[in-house]
Design a protein around this ligand. Structure first.
Ligand SMILES: [Zn+2]
Ligand SMILES: [Zn+2]
Length: 265
C-alpha cells in the first residue's frame, strides 16, 4: 500500500495557498497514493491561545468532504497535527469534542512559546537546548491523547549553523526514554520525509534511532511526507519505506476512527 499519513493544506499557516483538501486529495490520487492522512496544524502554547491556526472547523469539514468524494478511489483519513498537546488543557477538550481518524502529536515550540525553527542557535548553548528539547518531548509523549509521535528529529533539520552540525548521538539515553514512552503509549513512531528539503537531504529519523526503536520492541510506525505544497505529496515515502524495511518493519500503522490497524508496506 502506498501511504502518506502526514500532509498540510491551505488551512495550515505555513503551507502554500490554493490547496484545498479536495485539491490535495486529487494530487495524492494522481501521485498513485492509496491511503492518505490530511493533518493540518493546530498548535497550542503555554502562555497564549491557539491563535496562529486557520479555521480548524472548516478544515475538518473540508477533509470529511474530500473523504466522501474520493471514497473507493483513495482512502482519506481525517487527521490533525497537534503541537504541544501538553501546553494547554484546551487541546484535550478539542480532541474530546471532535471525531477524527488520526491525531499526530508534535513538538514545534519550546516552553518559551518560540518555534524551534526561530531560535538563534549561533547564540545559544545547543547542548543545553537539546537536553531541554528531549525533556519537553518526553512531556508531550507522557501526556498522551494522540496516535502518532511526529518527527522527533525536527531540531536536526533546523539547528545547523556555521561549523555546528547537530546530532542526537550524544543524547541516545534521552532518545531511548522517548522511544520507551512511545512504545508504552502505543503511538506509531513517525518516519518523516521533511528532512529531504533541508541540509540533510534525507528522511528522518536517523536510521540508528529507528534500529533502537525496533530493538526496544517498537512495532508501530507511521510514514509521512509532511507535504506543504500540492506537488510534494508522497515525496520521500519510498525512502521511508526502504528505511523501515531495513530496520525490520513489514507494516505501517494506519489509524481509522483512532483505532490502529496494520497495513502491509
Ligand atoms: Zn510538525
Ligand atoms: Zn506537519
Amino acid at each position: 500500500m502506498r501511504v502518506d499519513l502526514h500532509m498540510h493544506t491551505e488551512y495550515s499557516v505555513d503551507a502554500a495557498q490554493a490547496q484545498t483538501p479536495l485539491q490535495k486529495a486529487q494530487a495524492c490520487l494522481d501521485a498513485g497514493l492509496e491511503i492518505i492522512g490530511i493533518t493540518d496544524h493546530l498548535d497550542y502554547y503555554h502562555r497564549r491561545g491557539p491563535s496562529e491556526n486557520r479555521d480548524v472547523e472548516a478544515c475538518l469539514r473540508d477533509i470529511r468532504a474530500a473523504k466522501q468524494a474520493f471514497a473507493g478511489r483513495l482512502e482519506v483519513l481525517v487527521g490533525i497535527e497537534i503541537g504541544q498537546i501538553h501546553a494547554d488543557p484546551s487541546a484535550d477538550a478539542f480532541l474530546r469534542s471532535h471525531a477524527l481518524d488520526m491525531v499526530i502529536g508534535s513538538l514545534h515550540v519550546m516552553p518559551n512559546d518560540l518555534d524551534i525553527y526561530f531560535h538563534d542557535f549561533a547564540r545559544l548553548d545547543c547542548d543545553a537546548f537539546l537536553k531541554d528539547y528531549f525533556s519537553e518531548l518526553l512531556r508531550v509523549s507522557e501526556h498522551g491523547g494522540f496516535d502518532v509521535l511526529a518527527h522527533i528529529d525536527y531540531p536536526l533539520r533546523v539547528m545547523r549553523h556555521g561549523e555546528y552540525i547537530p546530532s542526537f548521538d550524544q543524547y541516545m539515553d534521552r532518545v531511548e526514554d522517548v522511544l520507551r514512552s512511545c512504545i508504552a503509549h502505543g503511538y506509531a513512531f513517525e518516519l518523516n520525509a521533511a528532512g529531504l528539503g533541508s541540509w540533510q537531504k534525507k528522511v528522518g529519523p536517523p536510521q540508528n534511532i529507528l534500529y533502537e526503536y525496533r530493538r526496544l520492541g517498537g512495532e508501530r510506525i507511521s510514514i509521512g511526507s509532511d507535504s506543504h505544497t500540492l506537488d510534494t505529496v508522497g515525496r520521500g515515502v519510498a525512502d521511508c519505506v526502504r528505511n523501515a524495511r531495513d530496520a525490520g518493519f513489514t507494516s505501517v500503522t494506519v489509524f481509522r476512527e483512532r483505532r490502529p490497524e496494520q497495513v502491509q508496506l
